[in-house]
Write a protein that binds this ligand. Structure first.
Ligand SMILES: Cc1ncc(COP(=O)(O)O)c(C=O)c1O
Length: 393
């Protein structure tokens, strides 16, 4: 029988691949009274969000705003607006989200040229160059900056240059990157960039910030066929977020309150300081795990700080460890996906979850659980190592 009496949400520390913890001020922002989606007071909030997003994406792009939907809606927005049937797109695939890009681009009727790398490694510019050289005309090159399924930090500058040398748009997935590591849309000459609210921005899942430069805007303004998706058609959505204020769909009002508050928090901290916090605490977590005898899947030069892929030690039961972490310590982490299923744990330190006390609590909990699974673990060494890196945060 259906139990009455409201929700009972257990207490958790969200250290998985997303969503991350949300600060109390962001939750409180959501409990404000609703405004109508054309109320001047709400329109002013929308303007501020666009301004805040420009600061966080580090761009001057006029078309910078949150789409209604999770990060995947941002991905679809990027592809449905720029791709027409028959267009050729080169996509880097070194994990689940590169694969998802392929699926979305194919649904747009595009011809996808896949550039694959081993999961846990970066896509090399030479691979992109080789793919571009084999095509007469390429509409876009797309890549994931922070591959959440592997923990790889994909360098962008060289691939951006190659895309532009071939007159292609450069599309970047910054769902796990934005707020955690520099995305620098204008400096990296990214034509289309999309993100999500539920990772390092630390608002609940439900909005997908996107930014398109003038070159990309002109692409969807001059399409031969209509954008396949009515809901994500920027030609229409722009008229609501821009000066015309034409109704398209009802904006998710409370989610926008949350995003405003979450972006305010990042800007109050300072974007650079926010990146430094992620860098330092990510390093502390990784140093602590290594000190405990747990290996890293990704080499240090391309390892994300906000998402650590830790190799599951021989003989350890993946599911049992994650269950104990959740049930005994209230800590959520993620398992591996695809070829890395059962081989790695994915430990997130994103946004409001990225705090020293969470690093230390997680290391102590993991050490305790691994000991009980028969591993020889020096918990003290792990904590000392993490403290040495992160003291002063
Ligand atoms: C890199 C990347 N892209 C896209 C997505 C899709 O975002 P969502 O699950 O919010 O739709 C995710 C989610 O984990 C992601 O990590």
């Amino acid at each position: 029988m259906l139990k009455q009496g409201g929700l009972h949400i257990p207490s958790r520390i969200l250290m998985g691949p997303g969503p991350s913890d949300v600060a109390p001020a962001v939750l409180q922002a959501m409990s404000n009274p609703l405004l109508g989606h054309l109320d001047p007071a709400f329109l002013a909030i929308m303007n501020e969000i666009m301004e805040q997003l420009r600061l966080v994406f580090v761009t001057e792009n006029q078309l910078t705003m949150p789409m209604s939907g999770t990060g995947s809606a941002g991905m679809e927005t990027a592809f449905v607006n720029t791709l027409e049937p028959g267009d050729v797109i080169v996509i880097g695939v070194n994990g689940v989200f590169g694969q998802r890009m392929v699926d979305v681009a194919e649904r747009c009727g595009a011809t996808v040229v896949r550039v694959d790398a081993t999961w846990g490694e970066a896509i090399q510019p030479e691979q992109i160059q080789a793919a571009l050289q084999q095509q007469a005309k390429v509409k876009a090159v797309a890549i994931v900056q922070a591959e959440t399924s592997t923990g790889v930090w994909q360098p962008l500058a060289e691939i951006s240059r190659l895309a532009h040398d071939h007159d292609a748009l450069f599309i970047v997935d910054s769902v796990t990157a934005l707020g955690g590591i520099p995305v620098d849309v204008d400096a990296n000459q990214i034509d289309v960039c999309y993100s999500g609210t539920q990772k390092c921005i630390s608002a609940p899942p439900g909005l997908a910030p996107v930014t398109f430069n003038q070159r990309a805007v002109s692409v969807f303004q001059h399409r031969k066929v209509k954008v396949q998706s009515w809901y994500l058609d920027l030609n229409m959505i722009q008229s609501y977020w821009g000066s015309e204020r034409l109704y398209h769909h009802t904006a998710p009002i409370s989610m926008n309150y949350a995003l405003h508050e979450a972006l305010s928090a990042i800007l109050r901290e300072g974007l650079d300081q926010c990146h430094q916090r992620h860098a330092l605490l990510g390093k502390a977590l990784q140093t602590g795990l290594v000190a405990m005898g747990v290996g890293m899947q990704v080499e240090e030069a391309i390892r994300l700080p906000q998402l650590t892929a830790a190799i599951i030690p021989e003989g350890v039961n993946d599911l049992a460890v994650r269950k104990q972490l959740l049930e005994e310590f209230g800590i959520e982490i993620g398992g591996g996906l695809g070829v890395l299923k059962g081989k790695i744990w994915r430990v997130g330190l994103m946004g409001h979850s990225c705090q020293q006390k969470n690093v230390l609590t997680f290391l102590a909990a993991m050490a305790n659980i691994l000991k009980r699974q028969g591993c020889k673990i020096d918990a003290g060494a792990a904590i000392d190592a993490a403290m040495a890196v992160s003291s002063g945060v």
